[in-house]
Design a protein around this ligand. Structure first.
Ligand SMILES: [Zn+2]
Length: 225
């Protein structure tokens, strides 16, 4: 096993790898600082693509003795120029911005899931639930507007405590299917969040908004701050 790790090692090159790694690491830091990004909490796909390219260009020269570091310097410089140019273009043109970064999507509007998002985003409903729960939202009746930003984060406008209405529960304890013929309403559609009172529900139990058939007991609790 030991042979597997040290067989054929050129000890002299180990020193070179250390030197190359230090140089490349400092260069990565420099380029990221020059890019003007402040942090990497959320990256757009455009930025992920650039980081993947930089990562490969930075990693290879660290341990491959036949790759001069100048090649990586060229890749870094060109990437930085392209990144800066595209960012500049995107700031001038909304169309370029949308091609590069995608478009923000309305997920929740007036306490209900916006039905359009289901057709034109690949974000699954379960991911919406996760994002909304992360913001301590107990049910959709607390939410006036929720927007999925292009970097994958969720921005939420809340109803004030007086405005909170009945809505679909988002946490597992309450997001459970109930029998609408025996329980008391209001009920919330488990698919789109539409809220309805017991006596107005159609006989077959279909949601009038999205035709889904499963209902949960709606909540109208205020936000806990
Ligand atoms: Zn529905």
């Amino acid at each position: 096993m030991g042979n597997f790790f040290i067989n054929g090692v050129e000890w002299q090159f180990i020193g070179e790898i250390i030197g190359r790694t230090v140089v490349m690491f400092l260069m990565i830091l420099l380029v990221l600082r020059l890019s003007g990004k402040r942090g990497v909490r959320q990256l757009s796909l455009f930025e992920v693509a650039i980081i993947l390219g930089l990562g490969s260009a930075a990693g290879d020269p660290m341990f491959q003795e036949d790759i001069p570091i100048i090649y990586a310097v060229i890749v870094f410089s060109v990437t930085l120029v392209v990144y800066k140019s595209l960012t500049w273009l995107a700031s001038k043109s909304l169309r370029v911005h949308r091609v590069l970064e995608g478009q923000e999507t309305i997920v929740v509007r007036e306490g209900m899931f916006d039905l359009k998002h289901k057709k034109d985003t690949d974000f699954s409903t379960m991911e919406f639930f996760t994002e909304l729960r992360n913001q301590s939202i107990e049910h959709l009746g607390q939410v006036k507007l929720a927007v999925l930003e292009t970097d994958g984060s969720m921005s939420v406008l809340f109803y004030s405590d007086e405005e909170v209405k009945f809505g679909l529960p988002l946490f597992p304890d309450h997001y459970t299917k109930i029998d609408i013929s025996t329980e008391h309403g209001p009920f919330a559609c488990m698919n789109c969040g539409y809220v309805i009172c017991a006596y107005t529900i159609t006989a077959d139990g279909y949601c009038p908004r999205c035709q889904y058939q499963h209902w949960a007991k709606a909540l109208n609790t205020e936000r806990i701050s």
